[in-house]
Design a protein around this ligand. Sequence first.
Ligand SMILES: CC(=O)N[C@H]1[C@@H](OP(=O)(O)OP(=O)(O)OC[C@H]2O[C@@H](n3ccc(=O)[nH]c3=O)[C@H](O)[C@@H]2O)O[C@H](CO)[C@@H](O)[C@@H]1O[C@H](C)C(=O)N[C@@H](C)C(=O)N[C@H](CCC(=O)O)C(=O)O
Ligand SMILES: Nc1ncnc2c1ncn2[C@@H]1O[C@H](COP(=O)(O)OP(=O)(O)OP(=O)(O)O)[C@@H](O)[C@H]1O
Ligand SMILES: N[C@H](CCC[C@H](N)C(=O)O)C(=O)O
Ligand SMILES: [Mg+2]
Length: 483
Amino acid sequence: MKLSQIFDNAPDWEFTGLTCDSRKVAPGFVFAALLGTVSDGRDFIQAAIDNGAIAVLTDERDGEWEIPAIKVAEPRLAFAKAAAAFYHKQPEVMVAVTGTNGKSSTVDFLRQIWTELGHVSASVGTLGAVGPSGAVELGHTTPDPVAVQSTLAILANEGVTHCAMEASSHGLAQYRMHGVQLAAGGFLNLSQDHLDYHKDFEDYFAAKMKLFSELLPEGAPAIINADSDMKDKALAIATAANLKPFTVGWRGDHLWIDEISPRNTGQKLQLQWETPEGDKETIVNLPLIGEFQALNALAAAGIALSLGADPMAVFAAMEKLKGVKGRLELVAETQNGAGIFVDFAHTPDGLDTLLRAARPHAAGRVICVFGCGGDRDAGKRPIMGEIAAKYADEVIVTDDNPRSEDPASIRAAIMAGAPNATEIDGREAAIKEGISRLKKGDVLMIAGKGHETGQIIKGETFPFSDHEAALTALAEIEGGAEK
Ligand SMILES: CC(=O)N[C@H]1[C@@H](OP(=O)(O)OP(=O)(O)OC[C@H]2O[C@@H](n3ccc(=O)[nH]c3=O)[C@H](O)[C@@H]2O)O[C@H](CO)[C@@H](O)[C@@H]1O[C@H](C)C(=O)N[C@@H](C)C(=O)N[C@H](CCC(=O)O)C(=O)O
Ligand SMILES: Nc1ncnc2c1ncn2[C@@H]1O[C@H](COP(=O)(O)OP(=O)(O)OP(=O)(O)O)[C@@H](O)[C@H]1O
Ligand SMILES: N[C@H](CCC[C@H](N)C(=O)O)C(=O)O
Ligand SMILES: [Mg+2]
């Protein structure tokens, strides 16, 4: 491909690839020198040249280098469009889902529903790119434009026609997926997270709403969770962008819940949906517990319906849904019948939702083990402490991914909101303590790391899985217990 095919006023030269990381430049590449939060990509232009870059894409500040510079007002946007043009192949039906909580679950459910409808399908996000040939880790929820576009091209080449992607607020703010041709977009909810990166709540919401205002083409369905506090604002933005709103949830206008009856291992949903011949109703026996899981499944179903899928086939597919790794996942039961669950709640609203979902499943106590990530929104810590203290009967505060921070000071910030909690240094020990406290009828919620397979401490990732840690601790405790 030639530079001139993608960029105005660029030389007629062939290029072999593109990247925003000088360390990944190979001969013949275009290097996008982007101004970041930690450093300025321009400081790495010489390194990119040494690695064989033939042109640099950058912003309009002064500067000259020995290779041609393509200067644009918004280089991240130009980079995303260039990546899309370079890889030029995406699954035919692309959908993006944004929101603070529930994105991974919703895109996973949508992939499962589409697969059941007979489409070759994939989901892309925190759990990696999950397609017909398995899962590939991506490192980010919404990775950089080259990873997005190269992944979509691989999936399309594997025959994937339907793909659901997570749109993180970082991803939207940084234009990581602006080259994706979307058929529909979904907004789930907005609550506190990432205020270390976004300057305030408005800025965080505005980043999420770029999905509606900048990414979706006119006339595309905008699926909105009608139970979100931000529903009216999201609806106004969708309408202003000439999208086709499709609201779902308890208060949805297009697909809604009349009643949920919890069952031991699932829940019975009484649903209605709008059709040109009038409203219709059905019953779905969802094989998943927790109201939030029903709402995520409903959002996934709503997206499929908004794109014209047959409603009865979609509802039948909901009855076959499998749980998503690390989301309200039952890992084991103790000999006395107490349930040990692993979940990815890592925001105040996520923890609140999780612990309230746990209550109907606990004849006895709800015990919660959790911590908070380092180098992330520190404001969440005492709030999550308060929530745990309010909704769990016993709270054990421990470490999540401390990253560059001192684990003890993260725990102290959480303890400020949960003064009666037990503080345990080391997640493994905390999980073991949680399990050892379980009596008949209790449930243990190990929250915050879900599917994660590593713990990030001072820049190094050590193998760690809540699932494995729980099974090991249970074997140690019960192995030593009198039968
Ligand atoms: C805050 C944030 O989003 N940072 C991401 C962003 O970095 P940045 O633009 O600020 O980059 P920087 O480190 O200041 O460097 C500036 C530029 O110089 C380049 N560089 C840097 C060093 C070098 O030797 N050579 C070089 O070319 C960098 O590639 C970058 O383009 O772009 C980088 C390249 O794509 C990402 O690796 C980096 O992710 C960091 C590691 C990160 O932790 N991001 C998290 C917070 C994130 O993005 N999370 C979201 C949301 C998760 C969710 O809630 O679901 C996600 O989508 O995963
Ligand atoms: N609809 C929801 N409302 C509130 N909390 C939810 C909802 N769905 C999931 N959660 C909670 O959030 C956790 C994370 O869910 P999920 O991984 O689907 O969200 P996500 O938006 O992909 O998160 P991330 O921002 O890390 O990518 C779940 O384990 C659960 O505790
Ligand atoms: N996508 C989320 C994941 C958080 C997971 C939690 N275990 C933590 O490390 O804080 C984030 O980057 O904020
Ligand atoms: Mg996710």
